[in-house]
Write a protein that binds this ligand. Structure first.
Ligand SMILES: Cc1cc2nc3c(=O)[nH]c(=O)nc-3n(C[C@H](O)[C@H](O)[C@H](O)COP(=O)(O)OP(=O)(O)OC[C@H]3O[C@@H](n4cnc5c(N)ncnc54)[C@H](O)[C@@H]3O)c2cc1C
Length: 468
């Protein structure tokens, strides 16, 4: 088998030759960097992914998290990986230097995440969610809240979640029922249950910051009545010291087909006097704010699916190069040496399909992150606007295409290995199970189709017609 995660040459071809990320160095924000910095960050990510994430990928799958005596137990390698990721500065990589970040382009950070995802998608979910939650705090939280919660989310003391789904409400987020009652001190008390919350409980960090969608009492019905709250697992005093445990309880863990080393939790808010929550931004604008994290996560899901497809492909390729079986149709001598299966036309077909799905998906996702980069930092406002609009239109496809064809690539990779692919001795069946989540979470495939055809294409066509 192979110990390769992603082909460095492929990734660098995408970054430097297709997306020309060296041109970013001309932007004032990145003037302090050079290509050697980008290369060294990418190499560090590859190295950490290989040494701290990949080795426990199978173990995390076999020994899934358990809920015992009120605590969640994960395999200890998960914490070592989290610490390595945080200590290398990846949680803060894209943040401003003056805030303690590395001020790296978004597209470089996401290319680094491709290595971590390829190594171990379940363990990578913890930093992935934390980066998204921290971005939300940074964009929309009031300065006092930001100062209290952002630094520990950037240095790895606190992790983050997105808490949208409820037992009764998944795709239809406008119908969520968790309620928030105003308290005298200006904070809120939350009551309700959230389900499927990834990373919702664990002991990797001293605190967990839940970004929760809830409805303030008396709010209008539907999406226009939803607000966003920051609800910590442990309360944090104004001096940054940890205080009492908040009224957020783990009701149970869900047992999944794949992605097993990511805890999947049911959380109860307000079993007692109510979970203390802090309003983020304006009341009733919560869903719009949360879309920042959801859109980032949609690109991230696409990237995760693409890298799982890529991993499936490199494992299948490596096996096909080694496994002798049968002879070519042109060889009639039963005593002649068997060929490696890569020489069979049908196996080549299976491999080429995987390669096309994996590399095409990776390319699409990196292109999307380069649009996100341009939308944020392009010096020409028109270029920034156009990049933002194109990204908005493409996001449902960036989420859906790799998710759907990534699973197919993992399936084809199993086929290349034959019976061996169906055994747990090889990683392929795990890649398939892990990848099967991607068309479901962060908006199912059906929901992405409604977003693309029902909203975004209509808007784009109307705009184009108006302009012409
Ligand atoms: C492993 C895992 C991790 C997750 N992590 C998180 C997390 O961290 N935070 C979080 O908040 N949530 C999380 N989720 C929840 C996830 O986002 C939801 O499962 C997903 O949005 C679908 O919701 P649902 O499961 O309730 O399915 P439903 O909404 O009940 O959908 C069921 C089916 O009906 C279809 N459908 C629904 N509505 C429509 C419609 N209007 N038109 C056409 N078809 C429709 C769907 O496409 C789907 O095929 C996670 C889920 C899983 C499985």
């Amino acid at each position: 088998m192979t110990d390769s995660l992603l082909n460095d040459r492929d990734l660098k071809f995408q970054l430097y030759e297709v997306l020309d990320i060296e041109a970013l160095l001309e932007r004032p924000r990145y003037a302090e960097h050079d290509r050697a910095v980008f290369d060294s960050v990418l190499d560090t990510a590859h190295d950490l992914a290989k040494h701290y994430f990949a080795p426990h990928n199978q173990k995390g799958d076999a020994e899934e998290p358990v809920f015992e005596d009120g605590r969640v137990r994960l395999i200890p390698e998960t914490k070592t990986a989290w610490d390595a990721f945080a200590d290398a500065g990846f949680l803060a990589a894209h943040h401003d230097a003056e805030d303690g970040g590395m001020q790296l382009p978004e597209v470089v950070l996401r290319a680094c995440m491709a290595y971590f995802n390829a190594a171990n998608v379940s363990t990578t979910a913890y930093p992935f969610l934390t980066i998204g939650a921290a971005n939300l705090v940074k964009s929309f939280a009031a300065p006092e809240l930001r100062e209290r919660f952002l630094p520990p989310m950037m240095d790895g003391r606190f992790s983050g979640t997105m808490a949208l789904t409820e037992p009764g409400q998944g795709s239809a987020l406008g119908d969520i029922r968790t309620t928030a009652k105003p308290a005298e001190d200006g904070s809120y008390r939350l009551f309700g249950q959230k389900m499927f919350i990834s990373g919702g409980d664990h002991e990797l960090t001293e605190n967990i910051v839940h970004m929760v969608l809830a409805r303030i009492e008396g709010a209008p019905a539907g999406a226009k009545g939803i607000s966003l709250f920051l609800v910590p697992k442990v309360l944090v005093n104004s001096d940054g010291e940890l205080g009492a445990r908040n009224d957020v309880a783990l009701a149970g863990l869900l047992h999944k087909m794949g992605y097993r080393n990511t805890t999947s939790t049911v959380l109860s808010f307000g079993e007692g006097d109510g979970a203390v929550g802090y309003l983020v931004g304006k009341p009733h604008h919560g869903l719009a704010y949360m879309f920042q994290m959801m859109n980032e996560a949609r690109i991230g899901v696409g990237l995760g699916a693409a890298t799982l497809a890529y991993q499936s492909y490199v494992h299948a390729l490596s096996y096909a190069r080694e496994r002798p079986q049968g002879r070519l149709p042109s060889s009639k001598d039963p005593l002649s040496k068997q060929v490696r299966i890569i020489q069979h036309a049908d196996v080549r077909r299976l491999l080429l399909m995987q390669k096309a799905y994996a590399e095409g998906s990776l390319s699409l996702c990196l292109y999307a992150t380069s649009l996100a980069e341009d939308a944020r930092t392009a010096p020409d406002p028109e270029q920034a606007r156009q990049a933002g609009e194109l990204l908005d239109l493409l996001t449902p496809m960036v989420k859906s295409y790799p998710s759907r064809y990534g699973v197919i690539a993992s399936d084809l990779a199993i086929q290349v290995l034959g019976g061996a692919g169906y055994t747990r001795e090889y990683l392929l069946e795990q890649f398939y199970r892990d990848n099967r989540l991607n068309p479901i979470h962060e908006g199912t495939e059906g929901i992405q189709a409604i977003d693309l055809l029902g909203r975004k294409l209509g808007r784009a066509v109307a705009k184009a017609t108006h302009c012409s």
